[in-house]
Design a protein around this ligand. Sequence first.
Ligand SMILES: NC(=O)c1ccc[n+]([C@@H]2O[C@H](COP(=O)([O-])OP(=O)(O)OC[C@H]3O[C@@H](n4cnc5c(N)ncnc54)[C@H](O)[C@@H]3O)[C@@H](O)[C@H]2O)c1
Ligand SMILES: [Zn+2]
Length: 665
Amino acid sequence: MTVEDAKIRIDQLSEQVNYYNQKYYMEDKSEISDLEFDQLLAELDQLEKQFPQFADPNSPTQRVGGTITKKFDTITHKYRMLSLGNTYSEEDLRDFDQRVRKGLEGQEVEYICELKFDGVAISLTYENGSLVLGATRGDGTQGDNITANARTIRTLPLKLNAAVPEQFEVRGEVFMSIRDFENLNASLAEKDRFANPRNTTSGTLKMQDSSVVAKRRLDCYLYSVLGEDLPFETHAEALEAIKAWGFNVSQTWQKCSTIDEVLAFVAKWEEERKQLPLETDGIVIKVNSYAQQQELGFTAKSPRWAISYKYKAEAACTQLESVSYQVGRTGSITPVANLKPVSLAGTVVKRASLHNANEIERLDLHEGDWVFVEKGGEIIPKITGVALDKRQGANEVLKFIDHCPECGTELIRLEGEANHYCPNTMGCPPQIKGKVEHFIQRKAMNIDSLGERTIDQLYQKGLVTNVADLYDLTLEQALELEGFKEKSAENLVSGIAQSKAMAFPQVLFAIGIRYVGQTVAEKLADHFENMDNLRAASEEDLIAVPEIGERIAKSVIEYFGEPKNIDIVERLQAAGLKMQIEATAFEGNDRLGGKSFCLSGKFSTKKSVLEDLIKANGGKVMSSFSKKLDYLVSNAEKETSKTKKAREMGISILSEDQLQEMLEN
Ligand SMILES: NC(=O)c1ccc[n+]([C@@H]2O[C@H](COP(=O)([O-])OP(=O)(O)OC[C@H]3O[C@@H](n4cnc5c(N)ncnc54)[C@H](O)[C@@H]3O)[C@@H](O)[C@H]2O)c1
Ligand SMILES: [Zn+2]
């Protein structure tokens, strides 16, 4: 693989992983199986190791996948909430054991094996025996304050009667039992039903109305405790103690002193877990001794002293009825098999993904074939093979379509790519909507007042057929959208208007030039400084930029060669989007004189915009308190824990208005 190819693949993988993370953590949707997701992440990890020049602290391999929402107050975790490394094979588990033993230089090791509960991680802080804070994992550093919702979990003690440390945090998994999940779904119309207990739990925890949350009957298992000077030396002692304090601890855990015992535990629960009242997707293996845990430490995103083992999916055999073709946001065509309904891992399966034409060829799929399907977690399952003994001789080989099912355009296949594409990028409905979705995402223009459904409505009504149309949207038009009231319409329009503050590299990424991911956009913006220069650049000019190769160069040229794209870019410019890098930031505007700022709570301007402004004016942004902090920015009228801490540490507190004044003068 050449360096340029590696760079493109890394960008592509990062973008894909970020996309699925966003779907998974923000929208509670899985478009691919966990196994496939984990494979993408593993490929990215491997490439970053092979080409360390492209390693990036913001890569999804280095960060916990979730994010905070703006629906709840943001809290900063006292101890980071990390992810777990995962494996699917015995060999990987043995490797883990080897790494642990090597890291501990031959000391004896004990493991605690637990079930991996398939729900949502939660952190609960207790002070003087009372629950004071419930928080989501968020991005691992900051999470949402969901205390009110946590209080509705019946098995969670709000007040402890036992003698407990003055302050501590317990962590666990909120879940919905399979039975409650099924009852809930039975009470809903088919179109409103949830896909699985995990995403129902996640969606429920994010609801604003705690009385609705209470009705959903969430439950919670706790599996760890953190605090200063806790009186335990091992994880097992801690599990026993929190159980005695009144917490709901699943009694499925077990101590193992060899990896073979761990493997026996894994084997035993593969079947037995199906008798449990909740969904589980694997086993978590943790080093028992706290001292050893400390010795082993953490990577950027997970502890080195723990790992999860995920069970393989179950399989079933059924008949292929037909194939439908879906058009994705980039025009790629995905074939989907429609199957004779078959029951698999507790649900009825009717459809399975076929990925692309190569996959159909690989399976040598014929019409009417009997196929094996497997489920990776909960989403649409996958066909893994054909039951050849059931094939009827006369059935024909399955033929891939040659025209787009959405717009009728003839499909193309790009060199070196497995997918068929619909080339009608400007006129094919899913592609039009896909471009808008790409444009508004967090890392691009960050317009979070717009979602998939609203985009769909805007498109159906003919109001938005390209990204430039967004900036022409009026309040009156927004008010006519289904489900929009005055406040939400205002939010929508002002959210779009606020995006005009996004910096040029974001704009360049947002317009969606093929192969121009976030980092490439930054490189191009840095080099050409503004859109006009970039537009005027020749292929040679482009290739002369470090790390920009022929593929990217050609794609940029092709983009600006299309008059419709030029029209969109010019309309965006006229709407007031930033088409050049901020001169101030690069000439070293030092208005803020290197002072540091920490933003806390809610603001009338988007927090990320304020942070960019601070940086552009020579200030620093800090996410937490330290002696080096100069200002806490907070609009809070009453004392909060942050403002209190700031006062105690002698840190000045600014309101948002005062910050704006500093930025202007
Ligand atoms: N299909 C998709 O599109 C998609 C997208 C993103 C993530 N994912 C999946 O989600 C997972 C993402 O990983 P992650 O970072 O959330 O980590 P993870 O879910 O694999 O592991 C960490 C989590 O496990 C949970 N857990 C359950 N039982 C536990 C126990 N006994 N002890 C400790 N922790 C326990 C905790 O909530 C913890 O936060 C992966 O499995 C990935 O495949 C899928
Ligand atoms: Zn099309």
